[in-house]
Each structure stands twice: as structure tokens, then as C-alpha cells.
Design a protein around this ligand. Structure first.
Ligand code: MG
Length: 451
């Protein structure tokens, strides 16, 4: 094993590959990389959070880092704390985000509040695998204190960056489903402070996740989809386990795909000023249409929120995000931010004076067809190379996997970062055409497997 970090930190099943021993070692490696100074520590609601947070903190303190423990907070609240307080070496967040309850993970945040660059992760991995962390002497071991102010700082930062008066005037009813995750400590309170009537669903932090699976996809949100229209609410919102993502449900109880909420929020962000929007190659072309109309430009990246955030930071982009409900508002901070996305969506509804379903219906209509094909991990690179050869006569881009552009749609095939599969994303103006493009992608992978 030469890698620890995946696309979003270190993840594993608790007691198997995510253990106290690993956390101590990773804490030591991250602390050695940071050097002596103050490191913020945060966690989501997972049952193993207290154990892994203390183990990671022990590793950090053993190499001389002082810990400021923020407790259970959304990942973006910890990032905001680091970015705005200044003077910290960074943060470590114990979370497995949207993964099922048996998982947990360790995520490292840099001094600017952003997720680590890949080269920094490699430096931490090298310290870990080469056992280069050296214990501090007795008088230089780090200490630990708590700071309960991260939630309040974060919420005040959000309220200051939206038109709170316009939202309060609308007195919207919102059903909030944080899924028993870290969003429980922020979003219901944030919405109350914005004058909303709030109905909380799965609103107690509980790492057994008794309400639902932490991933905010339609099949996990049946309670929310039912309750929004029953409660005559204006909107429903769901987070993943660490509340860096927000997914919406319209007033009729229809699931709003993340591509669509991203396009709505992009249009609002560009209004009257244009600018660049950064998104991975897998996001729907709805975004391109909307951004073009708003006088802006879309920049595509490889898949992964840390990459999107970094490109936004370096290029001075106006807005960015992913198709899974991860949205980045650079005037607030350079990371995905679930509660900020909710506040901005409320602002949009208040300003436009239209129900969510109307806003969604006014977007360009595309049909999306997703799928996947099993590809053994050891054949991944060869299969990708064969796909490149087989599609040589087509109009393609190769930012991440291969995206084939047709006259009336596109299909992207790319190896998953976490599973032994190639994912297929096809998109076209009609369902039949999207289906045909998805089949083309599937055939291409199968031919490459036989090559
Ligand atoms: Mg997350």
C-alpha cells in the first residue's frame, strides 16, 4: 500500500481498515507535515468519531501540535474556522461524509481552510510509510483545548453573505433532513434565524444513522419526498453525513437533481457580473447553457471537489460545484458548503418569487442516463488506454476518462476513484438518445475489456 488518501481523504470500515492505530499514525504524519502549531479537530456524528478523533489528536500532540477541538460540526464549519481565524496550521476532520454508517475517515485541511493538494497528501503519505514522524520530547508535547464557537462563526458568516431581509420577508416553510449527521447542529438553526418555519426530519445527531443512509440520493430520501408536500412546505433540503453537500426537493415533493440546483445557483451567482464557473467533466450540460446565457464561461476539471476548489482559488472563479449537491461560493470560502447552498437557494426563491418547481422547469431540459461496468482494478489503465484507441476517430476530451461529443449529446466513461467500475454518464435532449449514447459507452468499455 503506497496511498492513504482517496479522492476525499482517508476512508475505511471501522475496526477493519480504519483503526485507532491507523489514526494515531496518520495524526503523527499530518502533525509532522504541518510542523508545530495549532491544529483544529472536528468530527461528524459517527459512533467511532470520539475514538478516532482522540486517537488522531494523540498522534498530532505526540509530534508537538496543539489541538483546538471544535467538536461535532459540519466539515465546512471547520474549514471556515481555519480560513477566517487565521494562524492555524490546518485542521483534521474525522468523517466519512456520505459513506454508510460502518465507515469513518480522516480528512486533512490546509492553513487556508482548503482540502489538501495531492502533492501535500503524498508528502503526508511518505512521512507515514517511511516512518519519518519523530516524537516530541516531554516538554514539547502538544496540549488540547475546546472551542465551541465554530458553529456560531460559521452561521454568522453565512447570514452576512445572503439577502437575509428578503428571505425573512418570505417566511418560507422548509423541511430539513440532515440525516442524523453533522448538519443537525447548523441548518435547522440557520433557517430559523432566516425567518423560516422549520420542520426537522432525522434532526438529532446519531452516528447509528437510524433515519436513513447518509448519502442524499433519491432512494434514501423517501421520508423527505413524502413530507414536503404533506407539510405544504416551500422546499425540502437534505445533507450528507458531514453536511458539505445539499440536495433539494421541490414543493411538490419531487427530487431536484444536483445538476439542476447547481445550474440555478450558478445563474444567481453570475447575475449582472458574469464570470467563470468551475465544475468537473461529469456535470450536466444544463450548466453550460445557463452559464452561457448569463454571460459567463464554464471551465471543466477532473472529478473531485478538492480539484474544483483549487482551480477556483487559482483562477478567481465566480462560482463552482459538482453534480452531487456540492457547491462552492468563493466569497464565503473555497470548499463545498451545504448550509451556504441552502441559504443561497432560499435567497434565490425569495428574489425570484417563484416556487422551486417553476425554477427547475425553466431550466433547459436534458435527459441523463447513468450506468457502470465492472472492470477489475488491475485492468483499469489498460482498459482506459484501449478506450482512447477505440474512440480515436471521434470528437473527444480526455480531462478525466473519455468524453465523446456527438451532435446532439455526449457520453462520458471514466474509471471510478473508489470502486472497480467504469462509470457512464450519457446526456441528450431525448430519453431515447441518452439511452443510445449510454449503450455506446457501455459497448466501448466492453470492447476495450476484450481488446
Ligand atoms: Mg460530505
Amino acid at each position: 500500500m503506497t496511498r492513504l488518501f482517496g479522492t476525499n481523504g482517508i476512508r475505511g470500515i471501522v475496526g477493519k481498515d480504519m483503526t485507532a492505530d491507523l489514526a494515531v499514525g496518520v495524526g503523527r504524519a499530518i502533525g509532522t507535515f504541518f510542523g508545530r502549531g495549532v491544529v483544529a479537530l472536528a468530527r461528524d456524528t459517527r459512533l467511532s468519531g470520539p475514538m478516532l478523533a482522540r486517537a488522531t489528536a494523540a498522534g498530532l500532540m505526540a509530534v508537538g501540535c496543539d489541538i483546538v477541538d471544535l467538536g461535532v460540526v459540519p466539515t465546512p464549519a471547520a474549514q471556515y474556522y481555519v480560513a477566517k481565524l487565521g494562524g492555524l496550521k490546518g485542521a483534521v476532520v474525522i468523517t466519512a461524509s456520505h459513506n454508510p454508517r460502518e465507515f469513518n475517515g480522516i480528512k486533512a485541511i490546509d492553513a487556508g481552510g482548503m482540502e489538501m493538494r495531492r502533492e501535500d497528501e503524498e508528502a503526508i503519505e511518505a512521512i507515514f510509510f517511511e516512518r519519518r514522524a519523530r516524537p516530541a520530547e516531554w516538554s514539547a508535547v502538544g496540549d488540547l483545548r475546546s472551542d465551541p464557537s465554530a458553529i456560531d462563526r460559521y452561521m454568522r458568516g453565512i447570514v452576512a453573505r445572503v439577502d437575509a431581509d428578503a428571505i425573512r420577508k418570505r417566511a418560507l416553510t422548509v423541511v430539513v433532513d440532515p440525516g442524523n449527521g453533522a448538519g443537525c447542529v447548523v441548518t435547522p438553526y440557520l433557517l430559523s434565524s432566516l425567518g423560516c418555519r422549520v420542520i426537522s426530519l432525522h434532526g438529532q445527531g446519531d452516528g447509528a444513522f437510524p433515519g436513513r443512509n447518509p448519502e442524499p440520493v433519491a432512494e434514501n430520501l423517501s421520508d423527505l419526498l413524502r413530507i414536503v408536500p404533506e407539510a405544504h412546505a416551500d422546499l425540502g433540503v437534505a445533507h450528507d453525513g458531514d453536511a458539505d453537500r445539499a440536495i433539494f426537493v421541490d414543493e411538490a415533493g419531487d427530487f431536484v437533481y444536483g445538476d439542476k440546483s447547481l445550474a440555478l445557483l450558478a445563474r444567481a451567482a453570475l447575475r449582472g457580473r458574469g464570470g467563470t464557473v468551475v465544475t468537473p467533466v461529469s456535470t450536466s450540460r444544463i450548466l453550460d447553457d445557463v452559464v452561457r446565457e448569463a454571460g459567463g464561461e464554464v471551465v471543466r476539471t477532473k472529478v473531485g471537489a478538492p480539484i474544483v476548489a483549487r482551480v477556483m482559488f487559482e483562477s478567481g472563479a465566480a462560482f463552482g460545484g459538482e453534480e452531487n449537491g456540492g457547491v462552492i461560493f468563493p466569497e464565503h470560502q473555497f470548499c463545498r458548503d451545504g448550509a451556504m447552498a441552502v441559504a443561497k437557494m432560499l435567497e434565490l426563491i425569495a428574489h425570484e418569487g417563484k416556487p422551486m418547481s417553476r425554477l427547475v422547469a425553466e431550466l433547459p431540459a436534458y435527459h441523463l442516463k447513468k450506468g457502470s461496468v465492472h472492470v477489475p482494478a488491475d485492468r483499469r489503465d489498460a482498459v482506459l488506454a484501449a478506450i482512447v484507441r477505440l474512440s480515436a476517430d471521434r470528437k473527444v476530451d480526455a480531462i478525466d476518462g473519455i468524453k465523446i461529443h456527438a451532435e446532439d449529446g455526449s457520453v462520458l466513461v471514466r474509471p471510478s476513484g473508489t470502486e472497480p467500475v467504469f462509470r457512464i454518464y450519457a446526456e441528450a435532449r431525448t430519453a431515447a438518445r441518452a439511452e443510445a449514447l449510454a449503450k455506446e459507452g457501455r459497448d466501448l468499455i466492453e470492447r476495450a475489456l476484450r481488446a
